[in-house]
Design a protein around this ligand. Structure first.
Ligand SMILES: [Zn+2]
Ligand SMILES: [Zn+2]
Length: 322
């Protein structure tokens, strides 16, 4: 019998995708060019020691946007970026892959949609940063053209070490599920929002990207198409999206959870490999692979997450039955 739905997955199919050669990076980093404490080359050296292969130095553009291609080498690449601030709302949007315009800088201002449209037109993409760090009306409901949102901003949590709302301020998993349930197609990013070492644990957060090469243009295309997963520590081994099922293998995982509309758990499975048979009414299916150990960070606020790899959603599209 023909299924009454089809799956649209950023991971493609029908062959299994090995994730062994995917590229590791962080898309939210601040340097001395805005309110960070370190030079780009210092940050690069630190992240390279943790096997990062790309970074987006996303400084606030108040002093002028500067792109740091000079720190690139054969196995490390920077992606041009800046963190747009829609003042006075304090809405922050990371504009990734923005070409240098003739004006050089993109000043802060109220025009959020303009910022998103501009970077999309330039061949880049935009994601909504740390949705709950400040109290402002949530722009993810009104903006069009966003590629995703930060589902975890580990820096935002670390800054609030010891405060009751630390985790709430730095996470947006509920919002992600809410927007996906409404039919918005948004990818989930995990970034550090690195400013300085004493307040943050930079290597907790990363995104693993399936790209044909370690070139900024290839990374951008894959990220914008959702061909990556986000993580607070765990690495996947294999993703297989077939006609009516999704299989994930993660050697380090103790538990694999399939999540659908409303953030509801569709299936939870112990072990390193799990398959979910799609029913057709899920709207979307996303997967979290979690270690049973506490997160490796020493920050108690981050223990909450354990070490988790977050797959991007596969969309379940109803088709007419014949
Ligand atoms: Zn910000
Ligand atoms: Zn930031």
């Amino acid at each position: 019998m023909q299924p009454t739905f089809s799956l649209e997955s950023p991971y493609g199919g029908p062959e299994a995708q090995s994730t062994a050669d995917w590229f590791k990076g962080d898309l939210h980093i601040h340097t001395v060019f805005s309110d960070g404490l370190y030079e780009p080359h210092q940050i690069k050296d630190f992240y390279k020691a943790y096997a990062y292969q790309f970074l987006a130095f996303s400084d606030h553009p108040n002093g002028g946007t500067v792109y740091h291609f000079d720190v690139d080498d054969d196995d490390f690449v920077t992606i041009p970026a800046y963190e747009f601030a829609a003042d006075p709302l304090r809405v922050h949007i990371n504009c990734i892959g923005a070409a240098v315009g003739p004006e050089g800088i993109h000043p802060a201002g109220p025009d959020m949609q303009g910022a998103v449209d501009r970077v999309n037109k330039q061949g880049g993409f935009a994601f909504f940063c740390h949705p709950f760090v400040y109290d402002y009306p949530n722009p993810a409901y009104v903006l069009t053209g966003l590629s995703g949102l930060e589902i975890i901003n580990t820096g935002a949590i670390s800054y609030r070490a010891g405060q009751d709302d630390a985790v709430r301020r730095g996470t947006a998993l509920d919002l992600w599920d809410e927007l996906l349930t409404k039919g918005q197609r948004l990818w989930g990013f995990v970034n550090s929002d690195f400013h300085w070492f004493c307040n943050e644990e930079p290597c907790v957060a990363f995104n693993m990207v399936d790209a044909p090469s370690l070139r900024a243009t290839d990374l951008l295309q894959s990220l914008n198409a959702g061909r990556f997963y986000a993580s607070t520590g765990l690495r996947l081994r294999e993703i297989l999206v077939e006609e009516t099922s999704i299989t994930v293998e993660c050697e380090q995982a103790a538990c694999i959870r399939f999540i659908g509309a409303g953030g509801n758990t569709l299936k939870e499975s112990c072990g390193h490999r799990a398959t979910y048979g799609v029913q057709g009414d899920e709207i979307y299916v996303r997967v979290e692979c979690t270690d049973e150990r506490r997160a490796f960070t020493t920050k108690p606020q981050l223990d909450f997450f354990h070490q988790t790899a977050f797959l991007q959603p596969t969309f379940v599209i109803p088709t007419r039955s014949s």
